[in-house]
Structure formats: C-alpha cells, structure tokens
Design a protein around this ligand. Sequence first.
Ligand code: NAD
Length: 311
Amino acid sequence: MRKVTIVGAGHTGATTAHFLAERELADIVLVDIIEGMPQGKALDLTEAMPVIGSDVLVVGTNDYGATSSSDIVVITAGLPRKPGMSRDDLIEANTAIMRAAVSASLQESPEAILIALTNPLDAMAYLAMKEAGLPRARVIGQAGILDSARMRAFVAMELEVSVQNVHCYVLGGHGDDMVPLTRHSNVAGVPLEDMLGKERLEAIVQRTRKGGGEIVGLLKTGSAYYAPAAALAQMVEAILLNRHLVVPASVYLEGEYGQTGIFFGVPAQLGAGGLEKVIEYDLNDSEQAALKASADHVRETIGALKLEVPA
Ligand SMILES: NC(=O)c1ccc[n+]([C@@H]2O[C@H](COP(=O)([O-])OP(=O)(O)OC[C@H]3O[C@@H](n4cnc5c(N)ncnc54)[C@H](O)[C@@H]3O)[C@@H](O)[C@H]2O)c1
C-alpha cells in the first residue's frame, strides 16, 4: 500500500482523509498538534471502513514518526480565514506553521511530493519549495481545481445541465483577482460565451472570484472544506495512479505565461513524479492583462515572506 500523510487534521485535512480512504488508494496518516484529535478522527474513519468496504489503514498522530516514507504529503495545517479577512491576512501566522510542517515531513519522507493547501496558497507553496530546496515537480499548490469547480457548479445550476458537461478553467493567483477564462470554458464543447448572456456570465465570474468569501460569510467560523478536500483527493489520485491528468493548479513558473519565480495557477499535468508539464493557452490581450495583474499580486505576497533565497 502507498502512504499519504495529511498534515493538519482540521476541516480540510480530515475531509481529504475521508475522500481518500473511500477510494482505497493509500494508507493515510493524519498529523496535528492538538492532542488526541487526529487519533480520534483516524479511529472514527477506521471504524467507517468496514461499512465502506475499504482496507486502508488510517492512523492519527501528534508526531511525524508514523509518517515515514510517505509518497505524498498534503499540507493543510494553518489558520483559516474569518469573515472580513483576505487570504493574505493569514501570511504571518501560517508562515511558521508551514515551515515546521515542511521540515518535519521531509525529514521522515525525503522523497515525498508535497501538495500545499494552506493560505495564502501561492506564497505558502513558494515557501515550501524554496526552503526545502525541492525541484518544482515536487511541490504543487491546490487552488485551481477548487476555483474552477465553483465556476462549474454555478454554470451547471444556471443552465440545468450535468456538472460533468461543464468545463471551466480558472487560472492565476488564489485570490479575488483570479482569472476565470470564459473563452476557454465550455458546456459539452459549446463555448460558455455562446450559452450564457454577457450579464449572467459576468455574474458567475464575480461569484466564482468571491466563492471562498461567500462560504466564509455563511459559516462564520472557518472556511470551505468539502470542495477543497475533493480537489486535494483528485490531485493525490492523479499522482498515485500516474494519470497524466491536466488540472488547474498552482505551480512554480519558469517562463510559462511570461512569468518566472512565482507559484501561479495554470493548467498543470500531474503524474507519478508530480508536475509533468505546464500547458500554455493562447491568450488574448485582456486575458493576458488579467493574468499579469494577478501575478503582480502574488509576487507582492511572496515578497512579504522576506525569504533570503533567490527567486
Ligand atoms: N488553497 C485552497 O484552496 C484552500 C481551501 C480551503 C482552505 N485553505 C486553507 O487551508 C488551511 C486549513 O484550513 P482548514 O479549514 O482545514 O482549517 P482548520 O482550522 O479546520 O484546520 C487546520 C488544522 O491545522 C492544525 N495545525 C496548526 N498548526 C499546526 C502544525 N504546526 N502542525 C500540524 N497541524 C497544525 C490545527 O490544529 C487545525 O486542526 C487554512 O490556511 C485555509 O485558509 C486553502
């Protein structure tokens, strides 16, 4: 059995463990600093497995010993947003948490592929890669599958079609200036721009951009976790099953989309080694300008990390 460690056994971490355990892809280790909590959630999940019919092991722990030789480490440890906060407001608190999680994980699993979720996502993925000195293939941030799934859900509701027929691509940084690419999105092959009036489409774009905030506002404590966890599970599966699956994800750019030295949401092909390649779309002037504005914002957030490592 392969092994997947999830650091942070809170809402997103535990829900990811649930989705993964159901798929019977790997044994799972949940790590958290709260005593008893990862153990309790792991035991509860273990007790669900006979009903679900999955023979995976789920272990909860407060130390990293049990995580050794993990194939993938998913990092969800960190504070979530409260109403009124931006993702960038989390940078100070989450930098220390991310640092500790990356270093302890790699000590036990030096060959692991890291998937980051902690916000501000693009900056936290950058921190993980730079401080650990990893090649870009081995650090991937989750944001784009979630943002695109939100847009797909809104389109499917509006047009009353199956979510399986709706293909949307949201690129850029994981902030409110993310870039939903309406021209590249379609319903069963028909361009979205031909299916929806300008006003309806713009309303969906705006709701997608603020999709995370909409959930934070409703929940009042904590942020979204079902859809983020589903997105993480899809990334883990793509890597474990060597699917060569193209998904929107935050990866380190080396010239693609005119950007170098930042983590940024782009279509990324995932397989056994992690990031296999970045797919480049043909963009028009306004799409390029929107992506550049989003990239400038990500660069600013990464700058706030004040890392002493070269770009
Ligand atoms: N990138 C995305 O699309 C996306 C989506 C959802 C959430 N997030 C982010 O993911 C993070 C987690 O969200 P959540 O809803 O699961 O929060 P949560 O509060 O439910 O869980 C976070 C867990 O991390 C644990 N933790 C804190 N410090 C730790 C450490 N040093 N080592 C191990 N565990 C530690 C906490 O005890 C807590 O159980 C937040 O930063 C949130 O903003 C990102």
